[in-house]
Design a protein. Sequence first.
Length: 265
Amino acid sequence: MKLNTQVSTLLAAAMLSAAQSYAGTPSGKAPVAPAPEPAAPFVTGSFAVMYDTHFISYGQDVWGAGADWSDSLIHPSLELDFNLGGGWQAYVNTWWDVNDLGVTTIGSNIQEVDVNAGFYYTSGKWKFQLGYGAWMYGSQTEHIVDGKVSYNDGMLNPFLMLHGRVADEISFDTGLVTQVGIAPSTTLGPVSLCFPVVVSFDTSNFHGGDAGFAYASAGVTATIPLTKQISASFGVTYYHTNDSVIPVNPDSDFVTGTAGLTVTF
């Protein structure tokens, strides 16, 4: 009788322990579930203000600075990115050219306002971009379409970009710029370094000249974090342009400089 009582007691204890486990109280051997990762925000963005010695548009030295660094060009920009899920993002951005080098029809030394919108798609190390832009300057509007494919392998980071002028109110023709390049990057302590190299080709009269090789450039940019969301950047880029394809440049070979601040949010 005593043995039966002990067996009954053990069975009751086992059944109680099992019930407690199924009720949500983990046993000492059960793994603790990891805390869920916070969901990616729907909207992110960045605001930057850059000081540049030149305004270079696909190899064209717009203000004709050449080898001179005396010009003071301020280029603010703002981009908003919208997380659509599944690797898709929509973007809208604007870029301004602010200086006193010309008579502006916009006002307050604002020589140009560009507005662009489009989509990014990321799959593993691949990133794709397709977008449209309206570039407004001198009471004229230039309409462009951009497509870019990049492979972010952490070493060379190669890319192919197609920039098409699809409609305009300027003296140059509609046409296509094709660029290939690499953007190797590394870190030196807290400083991020990037070494972009670009080779570019134009269709006929895109920049007022022949079709073919337009320019090659190579540069270095250093980005220094100041806070979690604010960084400073400094860079120099060397350009070699082809006079027969971009005849409007005052110099075939020149170096540009840039410095500025970027705030991400």
